[in-house]
Ligand binder design. Structure first.
Ligand SMILES: *Cc1c(COP(=O)(O)O)cnc(C)c1O
Length: 421
């Protein structure tokens, strides 16, 4: 395995941030985020593109504001995300709600009247919308019958997935459309996170068939799920490579049907994953004897990054010595989190078996930098487990300034909603 390197920080910056803000701490790079915004906006397209940031990847208000400033729109996965996006300055029409949980009718009415777009993800959701807003335009999410994700837990297409309207129920969709006099403006698919580019391309083709079936459709939304290599042996999906053939499909569609379809994509991981790191301190090192392992214990864990325990996900780990130079010696380690849970392992295989990692020789007090934690970490964690406070977030601005964008939680905040004598 190649040795992992720091992606956007250097060792001195790591030491400076750790000393100034204490560990554990998330650090994001505004410059890197803007680069990703530009890559997404340059996704090949025939007749225009809208990029929607899947805000569940990292819903921090400051990060949402960076997206907003860069002309990115929003994919919201709940009513609460819609409200969070509105709060930071997105206008309602920039938000598309694609939610597993059907919104309460009053809420749905309120947000749609404001201008938020609603993507019906089930027949029930479609009917719910039709009852409140007959004679309107609607967007539909279809489960195209095939899916692909990095793991079973992130695959959201095919018979094993409850996401979207099953593709064989198009006739039922049509019945509801005529019952409430609705017209489909957008067809939407999203088949999983970390999906195979080949499967994604096949799904893009299917999605255009749905645009054929619904002649009022003007927008084709191909969702997110674009793979990102966090480890140096993993590949990142190249938008130019996967986008070109899809652009051709849009052109062919136009020639055949004389309709210029607008493209939408909804990357989450691709926008943020490699724009963030988690700096922690090595607080203990133990071993289990000759036939055992050497364990590095960190002052962070699954309460900051749950992905390894949840998916067996791998993140680059880099030892930054606190106050000595690295002497080139390497050693095999198991790296564990601070939660009282054997599954709080940062080096594990899918399924939970322990794995070792060759790292620079480490001492107690050194820093450990975990890369690839910009997406689905700070916003998706077993927060407050073992009563550890929520980890603060720092942004390195384009001007090189270190800005706190989320404070470390206090004990009072952890228990603020508890009622006791
Ligand atoms: C989660 C999600 C995305 C983003 O997925 P990534 O793997 O982060 O790119 C896009 N669209 C929808 C509907 C989602 O639920």
């Amino acid at each position: 395995m190649n040795k992992e390197k720091l992606k956007f920080l250097n060792s001195n910056q790591v030491r400076e941030i750790a000393q100034k803000f204490q560990t554990p701490v998330f650090v994001y790079s505004e410059k890197e985020i803007e680069n990703r915004c530009n890559v997404a906006k340059n996704f090949p397209n025939a007749f225009g593109i809208t990029v929607r940031y899947a805000m569940k990847a990292n819903p921090n208000a400051k990060i949402l504001q960076i997206m907003h400033k860069n002309g990115i729109h929003i994919d919201a996965s709940s009513i609460y995300e819609v409200e969070r996006a509105l709060l930071v300055g997105f206008s309602a029409h920039q938000i598309l709600l694609t939610s597993q949980q059907p919104p309460k009718p009053e809420k749905l009415k309120e947000i749609v009247e404001k201008g938020v777009q609603f993507n019906a993800c089930s027949l029930y959701q479609l009917e719910l919308f039709g009852k409140i807003f007959p004679n309107q335009e609607i967007s539909i999410r279809i489960n195209p019958g095939l899916g692909s994700g990095h793991t079973k837990k992130t695959d959201v297409g095919g018979t094993n997935s409850s996401f979207g309207i099953w593709h064989e129920y198009i006739d039922k969709v049509k019945e509801l459309l005529s019952k409430y006099n609705l017209s489909v403006i957008r067809v939407h698919t999203h088949i999983g996170s970390g999906s195979d580019p080949e499967v994604w391309k096949a799904v893009a083709k299917h999605t255009l068939e749905y645009a054929e079936i619904f002649p009022t459709a003007q927008i084709v939304n191909l969702g997110g799920g674009y793979k990102v290599g966090r480890m140096s042996d993993e590949k990142t999906t190249d938008f130019q490579v996967i986008g070109e053939p899809v652009k051709k499909l849009f052109q062919e569609f136009e020639q055949k049907y004389n309709r210029k379809l607008h493209l939408e994509i909804e990357p989450g991981t691709h926008m943020l994953a490699n724009c963030g790191v988690l700096i922690s301190e090595i607080v203990d090192i133990v071993d289990t004897g000759q036939k055992g392992y050497t364990f590095i214990k960190l002052d962070t864990g699954m309460d900051a990054n749950t992905r390894p325990s949840l998916y067996g996900a791998r993140h680059p780990l880099i030892v930054v010595p606190k106050n000595r130079e690295s002497n080139g010696v390497e050693k095999e380690y198991v790296v564990v989190g601070h939660c009282c849970e054997s599954g709080d392992l940062f080096t594990q295989k899918m399924g939970g078996d322990l794995e070792t990692r060759v790292l620079d020789f480490a001492e107690i007090g050194d820093y450990m930098v975990m890369e690839g934690v910009g997406a689905y970490c700070a916003g998706m964690s077993t927060k407050n487990y073992n009563s550890f406070p929520e980890t603060p977030e720092i942004l390195i601005t384009k001007e090189g300034e270190l800005k706190e964008i989320r404070r470390r939680q206090t004990l009072a905040q952890i228990i603020e909603n508890e009622i006791f004598d």
